[in-house]
Design a protein around this ligand. Structure first.
Ligand SMILES: Cc1ncc(COP(=O)(O)O)c(C=O)c1O
Length: 394
């Protein structure tokens, strides 16, 4: 049992250091207010349910219909007997939304990233990746045999250095998150697009926190920054703004997607998305494309929340994204504030070192279109009160 005792020792160390993650049990669907065991109804201020679609009746109904008409599961990967008409319909729908030639679905965006870089970049090639990219990109890039270069977060001089360092590679792939999830900051896509053109690199943007969130029509960071059609390929998730269930995709040129269908390992060797999720996701795109009020409410709520907190002296990291980090500094304090907020009816996560740099511990608030003004006001009051008690708000 030496393995188990090694693992137990590490768990004990995490507990002693206060870094053990605990999972709260919710007894209700995801939403603006959730019922948490032991705490009752609390305002949810820390989910990726940006458009508030996680419990939307139209999506639940579409998903139930998916199950009734197409069954619970396919018991197969896509290429054996796991592709239904609705899988192609969703892929075509996503391609239309992004204005791309085709889309390939995966079980998650994690899988999309895991299945992209090792498939398209070989020894002669290079992958150039922002240092703060999501873990799925980091792991996905690790699996590739290509030369790897990391550049400092959003640092264009360092991206140029990395491109120079890989000048002799056959093909170069630049990959960046559209939005960095601990900061709520946007990748400087106009500059990245220019550098990609100058060095003839293929640009991939993982827009998991921006699809259905940023841009006038929810097409993401590229749309927000005016360079949407200059991005060669996107990966993104169906598990955040678009209903929050499961699934991910890569969308881009037909040749890329055709190739991934032949060679991408998580696509070839992992089960197809269930019909309920596929139909629910199509309904999510219907809502996003036909009803601009979700995006309008999300934008208004985000602006209001950011402005009110700043006016009340809370140290909010500047930006436009519904991820609103409140910088606390000390990790133990951030965790204690988060715990106290929960007892006051506000559910918001605290993140400390090593997830964020030493001394930059924070509460990560996330705003949803489902929040009412009353939810936001109550959350703001609680944050200010608890912040004063812990002497992080003046
Ligand atoms: C930038 C980014 N990429 C990928 C993922 C993974 O998405 P999924 O939950 O669909 O695997 C996340 C989720 O946190 C993310 O933030």
């Amino acid at each position: 049992m030496s393995l188990i005792s090694t693992l137990q020792t590490e768990l004990d160390q995490m507990a002693a250091a206060g870094t053990l993650k605990r999972e709260l049990l919710m007894k209700s669907p995801q939403g603006a207010v959730v019922d948490v065991e032991g705490f009752g109804d609390v305002i949810m201020l820390t989910s990726n349910n940006y458009l508030g679609l996680a419990d939307h009746p139209a999506i639940v109904e579409a998903s139930e219909k998916g199950e009734r008409d197409y069954g619970y599961g396919l018991a197969s990967v896509r290429f054996i007997c796991g592709t239904q008409t609705i899988h192609r319909k969703l892929e075509e729908r996503i391609a239309r939304f992004f204005g791309t030639e085709d889309t390939i679905l995966y079980g998650s965006c994690w899988n999309a990233n895991e299945g992209l870089f090792q498939t398209i970049a070989q020894e002669q090639d290079a992958i150039i990746s922002d240092e703060l990219n999501h873990a799925s990109i980091i792991d996905g890039v690790r699996l590739a045999k290509a030369k790897k270069e990391r550049y400092k977060n959003r640092d264009m001089a360092d991206l140029r250095r990395a491109l120079e360092a890989t000048r002799d590679s056959r093909n170069k792939v630049i990959v960046t998150d559209g939005v960095f999830s601990m900061e709520g900051s946007l990748a400087p896509l106009p500059e990245i697009v220019d550098l990609a053109a100058e060095y003839e690199a293929f640009l991939v943007v993982d827009d998991s926190h921006a699809t259905g969130v940023l841009g006038n029509t929810g097409r993401g960071t590229g749309e927000e920054l005016g360079v949407f059609d200059k991005i060669d390929a996107h990966t993104s998730t169906l598990g955040k703004a678009l209903g929050g269930s499961h699934g991910g995709f890569t969308t881009g040129p037909k040749t890329l997607i055709d190739y991934l269908r032949q060679r991408s390992r998580p696509y070839l060797f992992s089960n197809t998305l269930p019909p309920a999720v596929v139909m629910g996701s199509i309904a999510a795109f219907d809502l996003l494309e036909n009803d601009p009020s979700f995006l309008t409410r999300l934008r208004e709520n985000t602006t209001y929340f950011r402005q009110q907190l700043t006016a009340k002296g809370v140290n909010v990291r500047e930006g436009i994204h519904p991820i609103v980090p409140i910088i606390i500094g000390d990790t133990a304090k951030a965790i204690a504030i988060s715990a106290e907020l929960l007892t006051r009816g506000v559910y918001v996560s605290g993140f400390g070192f090593p997830v964020v740099p030493q001394g930059a511990a924070r509460l990560r608030c996330q705003i949803s279109a489902a929040h009412t003004r009353d939810h936001l006001d109550r959350a703001i009051d609680a944050i200010v009160e608890v912040g004063r008690k812990f002497e992080v708000v003046g």
